[in-house]
Design a protein around this ligand. Structure first.
Ligand code: KMH
Ligand code: ZN
Length: 309
């Protein structure tokens, strides 16, 4: 059977702020619409965060999530993946509230504590709509993205064991793969393992082909045929690295969480446009895309009938 490529689309995230693009979805209505359009364009997994509908500030509030999750579910059979990375304003308990309530098929799980610098985005912009935006970006200078062994154990127990949620293991550096291997060795994580290699975050590994090859080589050594990988390149690295991932036997992640542009100097009008763009690349490589049910089978997911929304 030929392999099928899973397209994950990360719809809004908590990294970009509203002034950076008028197309970044903020309200539950915007998030639902762009999510449904991205699924219809070919994304089989949607990675979701929520925002305060008035201000666009990242929100961990399960009530806000519940304003868009049922709408997406009613309109598509896409796999829902809820972030546990949350945003800079949240502690780990906050970060897992929505996924605990919604019991989604998937959730993200960040595999190491690290710096996460967003402050370079302050350069050259003074026209902020909300005063929180520059303050938020500046605060990343002193922010620690906390994902200790204890945090990871909590998320595995509260979401994985309790709810049957499986994970997008976000690995921003080579050491994160060894942390993942540690949990596999302890029997707390079982295959099929879905690793998201994250390249280009300030504080993580740089976005270049050599680093991607090294991440894959290391994962091959640690996990053999027990894992599948996907690649997220931050900002302008998104499409080149996703294309490399596809050519290397992996899966791809796109979406406005990771990159606001469609090409140099052109803001993406929505998430679906990025899904269509990576589909052109996959088509050029004669690669078939995975449907949501293909993704469920490949990743051993529990099924859309076992979520709580
Ligand atoms: N924003 C991405 C670089 C999460 O939500 O768990 C990483 C991310 C984290 O998606
Ligand atoms: Zn995220």
């Amino acid at each position: 059977m030929s392999r099928k490529v899973i397209i994950t689309c990360a719809i809004t995230g908590s990294v970009h702020t509203p002034s950076m693009s008028p197309h970044l979805p903020i309200t539950p209505e915007d998030i639902a619409k762009q999510a449904i359009d991205a699924a219809n364009a070919g994304a089989s997994i949607l990675h979701l965060h929520a925002r305060d509908p008035e201000t666009g500030f990242p929100s961990p509030d399960p009530h806000v999530f519940m304003e868009f999750l049922p709408k997406i579910r009613a309109a598509t059979d896409v796999v829902i993946n809820i972030s546990t990375g949350g945003g800079m304003n949240m502690n780990v308990r906050d970060r897992i509230r929505a996924a605990r309530e919604a019991a989604p098929e998937m959730a993200s799980l960040n595999m190491g504590t690290m710096n996460f610098g967003l402050f370079p985005a302050l350069a050259g912009r003074n026209d902020w709509t909300h005063s929180w935006e520059p303050e938020f970006l500046e605060s990343s200078r002193d922010f620690v993205f906390k994902n200790t062994f204890s945090d990871i154990e909590t998320i595995l127990a509260d979401l994985g064991d309790a709810n049957g949620t499986r994970f997008e293991f976000e690995c921003y550096d080579v050491g994160h793969l060894y942390t993942l291997a540690h949990f596999v060795d302890r029997g707390l994580i079982k295959g099929p393992i879905f690793i998201q290699f994250v390249l280009g975050v300030l504080g993580g590994i740089g976005a270049d082909p050599d680093n991607l090859a090294h991440l894959k080589r290391t994962a091959d050594k640690l996990f053999g045929d027990q894992y599948q990988f996907s690649v997220l390149g931050a900002g302008r690295h998104q499409m080149p690295l996703a294309s490399m991932a596809a050519a290397m036997g992996g899966n791809v992640r796109v979406g406005l969480e990771d990159n606001l542009y469609l090409r140099k100097g052109e803001l993406a009008p929505d998430n679906a446009s990025q899904v269509r763009k990576i589909r052109e690349v996959l088509d050029g490589l004669s690669l078939e895309i995975a449907t949501p049910d293909d993704a469920r089978a490949q990743l051993g997911l529990k099924g859309a009938d076992k979520v709580s929304f």
